[in-house]
Write a protein that binds this ligand. Sequence first.
Ligand code: C2E
Ligand code: MG
Ligand code: MG
Length: 639
Amino acid sequence: MRCGMWNWDADGGNDAAGQRVSPRLLVIDDDEADRLITKRLLGRIFGDDLDLETIADWDQAVAAVEAGGHDIYLVDHFLGAGTGIELIERGTRGEPDRAFILLTGQESRSIDLEATRVGAADYLMKSELDVSRLERSLRYAWEMLKHKRLLIDQATELRLAKSAIAEDARKYLDMARTLRKMQGDLRQALVRAENGEKQYRWLAQHDLLTGIPNRSLFLAQLQKDLASAERSGQAMALYMIDLDRFKFVNDSHGHKIGDGLLVQFASRLSRFLRKTDTLARLGGDEFAIITTNLDREASASVTAEKIIDAVADPFVVDGHHIESGASVGVVVFDGFEQVTPDELMQRSDFALYRAKDSGRQQYQFFDEELNRVILRNNLLKQEIQKAIGTDQIHLVFQPKIDVATKSIKGVEALTRWTHPELGVVSPVEFIPLAEMTGQILELSDWVLEAAFRTICQWRGSVLENVPIALNVSAVQLKNGDLVNTVKDLMRRYRIRPSEFALEITETTALEDLEAGIDRITALRNMGISIAIDDFGTGYSSLALATTLPADQLKIDKSFVSGMLTRSSDAAAVKASITLAHAMGMHVVAEGVEHMAEFEYLERHGCDQVQGYLIVKPLKALDLVEWYAVERDKLLRQAA
Ligand code: C2E
Ligand code: MG
Ligand code: MG
């Protein structure tokens, strides 16, 4: 409660925050009498609220002014060591929140001006000092001070707000920087992902060994080129290439050398191709090329010849000299016919197959005749499925005769297929097709069972105990469960191992040599006799004859039919007989058609013969009949 005679503030002496509001006063005057007068006057103005200190000494005055702590300073001008103006000057430096009133003993215009200059709120003459003047001056100073303080507060608030904004701005800047960095990181991650994807795509479409396109990219390119040939009417050619003797290189020199050969082969092929041509490795030793925009069919032969020439010179891989060569199947597409990539691939494949058949280092164009063969093969593939298990398929048997005694030592079971419309289809034609489609497994099971039934049928006849030899297909040896199938059927038909034999061709055994040898060994360990069939027709006959556990070696009929006219065939026959005997095997000559051949073979120590000279393959009961009639004649001949 305010008790003074004069209310300083309309709100009752408190500010909005409830703080005391009457000013703290400091009187600085070295004249004691004057101090007292001022004090008295102030007492009358403020009454109980008077908050007053006094200082007389100059140094104390300087310290008090510099320290602050009062609201209004009533400063005498003449202070001995210094002046009131000097004190005010010190007190108003910076942004002081206090007010100064200068008191002087004399009126002076210059002091008045000085006081205003240094920032005094008022200038009073001591001689004129009374309550009303002092109060007016104090009130004015106090209002000014409060106003100034308000401004200072606002300025402080503004400063705070400014620094808060600056702080926020800094944060936002930091956030923006972080975002930018994240953006950069993200971009890098995206680039890395993109590169990774590119790399992945490259890997998925290329052959890792040679770096050229693989089958999948090749097929995509073929589709594109085919479409553009159809649009433009410009011819294109597809070449299917097979490296000769690759399997032999792999088997005899190892995979590392084989790989090196493939890399060099790819590099030689790529050398003469144009940018728009495509070279790809389709798998193993199979390569393919597409050339587009052909002007004449002849340019396809030029390319085919270049391919063959490119591999005619021996390769040198890791110091090994390797003689190789290539077979090429070519198909030209003139843009006019409706054909799918698959059909083109099939045609070039087929032409390649024919090229290989006609000897190494050859190319073969796909033509109308091959087209007919393809169509027939497709038909046969469909028909054989329906034929298996029906009376369209049956077995015939051809005896193997002992050269010395002329007695039957064994018979070979051969499959015959008589189609109701197509007529007789040779196994030379349908067995490879059945192998391609996998139907050979079903067919072989049927053959095995039919042969076992014949063994049972022959018991008690002239052919009792004559072993029936069955031809084993590569697919059967590789993918089928041959060992268990044989065991099961032997148990079911009560067949002894001595009652049958298995014939394995070189290519069959070589397909997957290690697994093949394991299975053949398992069968032989069961007591089943094994024959190496068509000996001399493959690339590694010698290697095979020395690794494959076998009891019999069958010289291929191509050598037999040539041995009397070609010295190389004669040499092959004689060498085969010597080799077989050295390895503890019996020798059977296939395809003996003439007496002269028989005699030649007899002279050179061949053990058994099989061929039309003796008899053509016959049905089971026909052979029994034939033998019943012929046996004595044969034995007489031998005697
Ligand atoms: P292969 O095992 O070498 O059979 C001998 C082939 O020579 C048979 O041909 C036989 O009829 C024929 N032949 C026999 N004597 C003579 C002769 O004096 N002159 C001539 N020019 N040929 C003669 P076929 O029956 O046409 O069989 C051909 C090939 O088909 C067989 O050759 C064999 O590799 C395969 N084959 C036949 N039946 C089967 C079978 O059931 N399963 C398997 N996997 N292959 C079979
Ligand atoms: Mg055979
Ligand atoms: Mg044969």
